[in-house]
Design a binder for this molecule. Structure first.
Ligand code: C2E
Ligand code: CA
Ligand code: CA
Length: 789
């Protein structure tokens, strides 16, 4: 009920309290009619009587008139009663309607105020009373404008005046209103509290005043303000967010709004993005998953989602972004609020970390863990006989590393890895296991299969040989030309239940056979290989017993002064007098002694036993009185902190003077840990004994390097001496070593002198001492005593 009929409202407000009085007035007016009729009858009768005066007739006429009058009075009275009753009913009905109307007005959501032509309140409903805090009686007669807040009063007044005038024209419907004029202003209640109201003025065409409908909109205003503020805040958050944001229509995927960080991230002007389907900026591979997620939003299955996807930059590059999408609605349009956070860097870091964890950082090859994982996965599904594992170990790498430094060693490993990769079909199957060990696994293996890049089946031996040959070509690093060789062992998955570890162990065992067989070769794992490694284990426990029982004994080989031909010393060389297998050479048992961790005990035994032998010779007054002993010392012995005590004790127990003892340390031992070796040697030298460098020339050390150690003698390796006088290279090396050695104050021993020619050449070169079969083989002590030197 937007527009109220002014007449009805006014009559109700004005007369509602005078209804009873009015009813009484109506009843009185209806009694007036019969009284008038009776009076007229009586007056006519009296006039007739006065004019004619016939006495007899007069009585009759009077009677008749009287009767007529009475009848008239009765009829009139009856009629009046009837009307009176109808009137009462009507009035009652009217009262009911009025109270209904009052109820209705009070039930209205709006306050209704009637104004007279002077703008004073002539009527008001309950809501108006509640709104203003005043009673209806208090309101009546009050000037409406006076209740309007001061700030709004003037403008409302002016405005309503205009409306009032403008509308006071002949109405379409008689006596009825304007369509109402809306105004919002503050209405002050009885306590002085302002209420924001929305008011509509309804102007009557008559001059009887107007009706104002008022609605308290403080709450609505507050809500709208809050909404507006929320919208503003969203806008602000959206545009000042540090991450990329876009508002995307769910129905067609078009970008409705986007912020500057997103524009920057994608390298596109903001305006170009608006209206574009976000699909055109999404990586093709990520479209499907994004669409699937958005569909869930549209269907209401989910109200948000997050995923990592790539967006296309204007320059054609892709950025990885974490995208979080939630739905909102704006004026009936479902929108996806899309947060787009650039995680390209993060992902790159994560990838780098993963790569670092799974790869060897020197060669960038997969590491051991990665390879074992891949191999296990492959073995789980592979048929027996189809997978081969190749174990590669570089020969003499340690020497390069120790003599030329880790920098060169690292470069060498990188180059070797590069070469291996170059001859692999799939370099993912190549891994560095640490140090100079590499492992390769090969699928679709067939012994004797073709070794071509397209070969359906490959022969693991052929692959291994290809790898071996790939490193043979000399490698030049920092001006050093290095020749590297590789020993390779391989094993094939002979059964279904083999694990990566099993195959690696077998390939490793085969690789050791390749080393033992002379290095730079390929060996396949066979049942015999396993037997040999089992045999090696048994050997270790046998060895322990052998050392305890002195089954391993010193043999003695003379070292001769080349100018005088006198024996100056004996080198002590170990032999195992095995109860079942007969005489065993160091090469047959020393690796097991080392592997069994028995080198220190074994070395101590050799030292004691040989010194004890020398002491016996001296005591017996043989011609070896003035001879010294050369005892080989392994790296582990030298590294052992007790070694000096062992030496001292052995010397003390046997009574041999330290000056008679030479310790032979290999060139490689010196280089393995030069600092520790240096200090250990200085301590030993402090006892008064002598140090010789063994196998000189097989490592990469120089004579000048040797000067760091308290070394007095160098022993030129047999391999150089054997070509002496025959091979120009060998001759010049020996010559250079002798000359340089002498210039540094070192004495030189030539090992492996077998022929008179070699002896002649060595004498010409003025080499100090010689050792070799020419002078005598290593012999047991008992035989040495009879040796004719
Ligand atoms: P090495 O210290 O270089 O010993 C010299 C080797 O050359 C000995 O081999 C010796 O028998 C051999 N030899 C000597 N003259 C000739 C010759 O004219 N022609 C040929 N072809 N060979 C000759 P052996 O006894 O088999 O010892 C091998 C290696 O085992 C030794 O090489 C040494 O490194 C090691 N070794 C032997 N005994 C011991 C020991 O008691 N302790 C340690 N730590 N190592 C030992
Ligand atoms: Ca030696
Ligand atoms: Ca030697």
């Amino acid at each position: 009920m937007g527009i109220l009929e002014r007449g009805a409202a006014t009559s109700y407000f004005v007369h509602v309290r005078t209804g009873e009085a009015r009813r009484r007035t109506v009843r009185a007016s209806w009694l007036l009619l019969p009284l008038v009729v009776v009076s007229v009858g009586l007056i006519s009768m009296a006039a007739l009587v006065a004019a004619n005066e016939p006495a007899a007739n007069t009585t009759l006429v009077v009677a008749a008139v009287g009767v007529v009058s009475i009848v008239a009075v009765v009829v009139t009275w009856l009629e009046a009663r009837h009307f009176g009753r109808r009137l009462r009913t009507t009035i009652d009905e009217l009262s009911v309607t009025q109270s209904d109307l009052r109820q209705l007005l009070d039930d209205l959501p709006d306050a209704v105020i009637g104004l007279d032509e002077r703008g004073k309140i002539s009527s008001a409903n309950g809501k108006a009373a509640a709104l203003t805090g005043r009673s209806v009686d208090d309101l009546i007669g009050r000037g409406f404008l006076s209740m309007i807040g001061e700030a709004d009063r003037k403008s409302v007044s002016e405005r309503w005046q205009r409306v009032d005038l403008g509308n006071r024209v002949p109405a379409v419907h008689a006596g009825v209103r304007s369509p109402g004029d809306l105004a919002v202003f503050e209405l002050v209640d009885v306590n002085g509290e302002p209420h924001l109201v929305e008011a509509s003025l309804h102007v009557s065409q008559s001059d009887h005043g107007n009706v104002v409908l008022l609605r308290d909109v403080s709450d609505r205003k507050r809500t709208t303000a809050a909404l507006e503020q929320a919208r503003r805040r969203f806008q602000q958050a959206f545009h000042s967010a540090p991450t990329g944001m876009a508002l995307v229509r769910l129905d067609d995927g078009r970008i409705v709004d986007a912020n500057q960080p997103l524009a920057q991230m994608l390298g596109r002007p903001l305006d170009d993005m608006l209206g574009q389907p976000i699909r055109t900026m999404t990586h093709p591979e990520d479209l499907a998953s994004a669409a699937r997620q958005r569909a869930q939003l549209e269907l209401g299955i989910a109200d948000s989602y997050a995923l990592e996807q790539r967006y296309l930059r204007a320059d054609g590059e892709y950025v990885w972004a974490r995208t979080r999408v939630s739905v909102t609605e704006d004026e009936g349009v479902a929108l996806a609020i899309t947060h787009i956070e650039d995680i390209t860097e993060q992902r790159r870091n994560a990838e780098l970390l993963t790569h670092a964890a799974t790869h060897d950082d020197l060669t960038d090859l997969p590491n051991r863990t990665t390879l074992v994982g891949r191999l296990d996965a492959l073995l789980a599904v592979a048929q027996p006989g189809q997978v081969a594992v190749l174990f590669i170990d570089l020969d003499n790498f340690k020497m390069v590393n120790d003599s030329l430094g880790h920098g060169v060693g690292d470069q060498l490993l990188r180059e070797v890895a590069r070469r291996f990769r170059g001859v692999m079909r799939d370099s993912d199957r190549l891994a560095r296991f640490g140090g100079d060990e590499f492992v390769v696994f090969v699928e679709r293996v067939a012994i004797g299969g073709e070794d071509t890049p397209s070969g359906a089946f490959v022969d693991p031996a052929a692959v291994a040989d290809r790898l071996r040959r790939s490193v043979m070509e000399p490698i030049t690093i920092d001006g050093h030309e290095l020749v590297v060789t590789a020993s390779i062992g391989f094993a094939v998955n002979a059964a279904t239940d083999l694990t990566a570890d099993d195959l690696l162990r077998d390939a490793d065992a085969a690789m050791y056979r390749a080393k033992a067989a002379g290095r730079d070769r390929v060996e396949a794992f066979t049942a015999a290989t396993r037997k040999a490694s089992v045999g090696a284990l048994q050997l270790a426990s046998e060895l322990r017993r052998a050392i305890e029982r002195h089954e391993i004994v010193p043999y003695f080989q003379p070292i001769v002064d080349l100018s005088s031909g006198e024996v100056v010393s004996f080198e002590v060389l170990a032999r195992w007098l095995h109860p079942d297998r007969g005489l065993l050479m160091p090469a047959e048992f020393l690796p097991a002694v080392e592997a069994g961790g028995l080198l220190v005990d074994f070395g101590a035994m050799m030292l004691r036993d040989s010194l004890a032998q020398l002491a016996r010779w001296r005591a017996a007054g043989t011609r070896f009185r003035r001879c010294g002993l050369s005892v080989n010392v392994a790296t582990q012995q030298l590294a052992d902190s007790n070694f000096i005590d062992v030496v001292q004790t052995a010397l003390g127990e046997t009574g041999i003077d330290a000056d008679s003892l030479w310790l032979e340390i290999t060139e490689t031992t010196l280089m393995e840990d030069s600092v520790a070796a240096g200090s250990a040697l200085r301590e030993l030298r402090g006892l008064g004994l002598h140090i010789a460098v063994d196998d000189f020339g097989t490592g990469y050390s120089s004579l000048t390097y040797l000067k760091r150690f308290p070394v007095e003698t160098i022993k030129i390796d047999r391999s150089f001496v054997s070509g002496l006088g025959l091979e120009a290279d060998d001759t010049s090396i020996v010559e250079a070593v002798v000359r340089l050695g002498h210039s540094l104050g070192l004495s030189v021993v030539a090992e492996g002198v077998e022929t008179p020619l070699q002896l002649t050449r060595l004498r010409e070169l003025q080499c100090d001492n010689g050792q070799g079969y020419l002078f005598g083989r290593p012999r047991p002590a008992a035989l040495v005593e009879y040796e004719r030197v």
